[in-house]
Design a protein around this ligand. Structure first.
Ligand SMILES: [Zn+2]
Length: 494
């Protein structure tokens, strides 16, 4: 119903081509340029802007990649998207996405994501990371300097994505510690958006080493996005112990702290971890957190989190682990075999109640933790997190309202980064002067299609996505051969 009322892009461009001469003559009278005052107009949509609270039918005029007008009056543009019946929202900002290749960006665009950030694992080489994507990216991209890859580089670990050797299992020497700190500081000087840490994966890193990294982050005003040292249910390796370490580091150094995927850290004790984040904030610390809307995690089977004792620590067993290359659940035998081989698994360990509590909480951001597309049965979260929140949890389950959900995926992530990277003041908002990163979707139809069985499916209901004013999704179809994505980066210190 709503869909049939919404005119598609192709229809409009065709109509515009037919009527162009007539419209141009009558509206402009030959002299005025008013008929083409905007590059693009999103007409008659329900504009929802969490920053201002605006929730009303408006016309949005875009010029030079920026939002140039928001008006109740009709606006004229060279191109028009008819958005009647559709929500016009700031593009979604994903703080946590490991899948940073062109194919991932296509899935993310279909899920409404306009800025995709790898802030947990990060990179060891900030310049190279940005250079590889500059001018070639569908959506905006950004990265943290990563303690994990830096430690792997300095300690010559053979792992590909996560450590498997010394970077996981050996204490760093004084000389190595100095090199790790130097590399992290260099990354910050080169405009890394944040510092990423995964202490559970660098299990032998001492508390001293962690605090020193926080100190560097504080010096450069960068938030530390951290996968906790412990994510289990048994003392002394509970998620609570894990969060105590980093809240203490944040308090003692002044570094802003962002705890990633709080549900896979807290498991059934997630509410206790959320209470720690809120308590820290109420007492003056800059501490935030995020979640994805799923009951499974995903990581590398060869990583340190599956070192002996993992069943007791995580409260799971072989059958709770799915091998992404085949979709099979593991046994004691296949666990040993695949752990030697190395590869990605999906781990069914998060109670639905934990996922639901975090998704519903207005203070917790949405971030996908999407994974590289390494198997036929990869986790669906990188492809479908945002549409799953809006379709399943907002529309179907009604655990939160639409504006609150949008705030958790637009304004809040922008605010998390804007002190360190002022360019984020112009993201996550529908405001004159803001970047024209815009997601237009049908709130009655938006739905995640990617599943654990069939994860490589585009979400539905995202009708138009603009990146810096350039459509990358039109009428729910990807646009070919456009690369309007730009680097989301902190200022570079000479
Ligand atoms: Zn993680």
């Amino acid at each position: 119903m709503l869909r049939s009322r919404a005119h598609g892009w192709s229809k409009w461009t065709a109509l515009g081509a037919l009527l162009g001469v007539v419209v141009g003559m009558s509206a402009r009278g030959g002299a005025s340029n008013a008929a083409e005052s905007y590059d693009l107009v999103i007409a008659n949509g329900r504009v929802m802007d969490p920053a201002s609270g605006l929730d009303a039918v408006r016309n949005v005029g875009i010029r030079g990649g920026k939002i140039a007008a928001i008006s109740s009056d009709p606006l004229e543009g060279k191109q028009t998207i008819e958005a009647k019946g559709l929500v016009v929202a700031p593009g979604f900002i994903d703080l946590h996405e490991h899948g940073q290749e062109p194919r991932n960006y296509q899935f993310q665009a279909h899920d409404g994501v306009t800025t995709s950030l790898e802030l947990e694992a990060g990179t060891a080489d900030v310049d190279q990371w940005y250079d590889r994507r500059e001018g070639k990216s569908l959506i905006n991209f950004g990265v943290a300097i990563g303690h994990i890859p830096v430690r792997m580089k300095i300690m010559k670990d053979a792992g590909t994505f996560l450590p498997v050797g010394d970077a996981a299992h050996r204490e760093a020497t004084a000389a190595e510690l100095q090199q790790i700190d130097n590399e992290i500081e260099r990354g910050l000087l080169r405009g890394a958006l944040a510092v990423g840490m995964g202490i559970n994966y660098t299990a032998a890193a001492t508390h001293d080493e962690i605090v020193d990294v926080f100190r560097l982050a504080a010096k450069h005003g960068a938030s530390v996005h951290v996968h906790l040292r412990h994510a289990g249910l048994q003392e002394p390796t509970t998620g609570l112990v894990g969060i105590e370490e980093v809240i203490a580091a944040a308090a003692a150094t002044g570094a802003p702290l962002h705890v990633v995927h709080i549900t896979s850290m807290g498991l059934k004790n997630t509410p206790r971890l959320i209470a720690m984040v809120k308590g820290a904030r109420e007492h003056g610390l800059d501490v935030t957190t995020e979640c994805y809307p799923y009951t499974a995690g995903s990581t590398q089977l060869e990583s340190a989190i599956f070192d002996p004792g993992w069943q007791d620590r995580q409260g799971i067993t072989y059958k709770d682990i799915q091998w992404t290359k085949t979709g099979e659940r593991l046994t004691a035998e296949t666990f040993e075999k695949y752990r030697k081989e190395g590869g990605t698994v999906v781990i069914f360990s998060i109670p639905e109640e934990a996922a639901r509590t975090a998704v519903a909480d207005p203070t917790i951001m949405i971030a996908s933790d999407g994974m590289p597309l390494t198997g036929a049965k990869v986790h669906p979260r990188g492809q479908a997190t945002f549409s799953r929140v809006l379709g399943h949890y907002v529309r179907e389950e009604k655990v939160l309202d639409l504006m609150t959900a949008l705030r958790k995926m637009t304004l809040m992530p922008a605010q998390r980064l804007e002190k360190r990277a002022p360019m984020f003041r112009d993201k996550g908002r529908i405001r004159v002067g803001a970047d024209a990163d815009v997601t237009v979707f049908d709130a009655n139809r938006i739905v995640d299609k990617a599943t654990y069985e069939n994860p490589l499916q585009y979400s539905e209901g995202i009708q138009f996505v603009l990146i810096n004013g350039v459509p990358v999704v039109k009428d729910a179809q990807l646009v070919d051969d456009v690369f309007p994505g730009r680097a989301a980066r902190a200022p570079i210190t000479p």
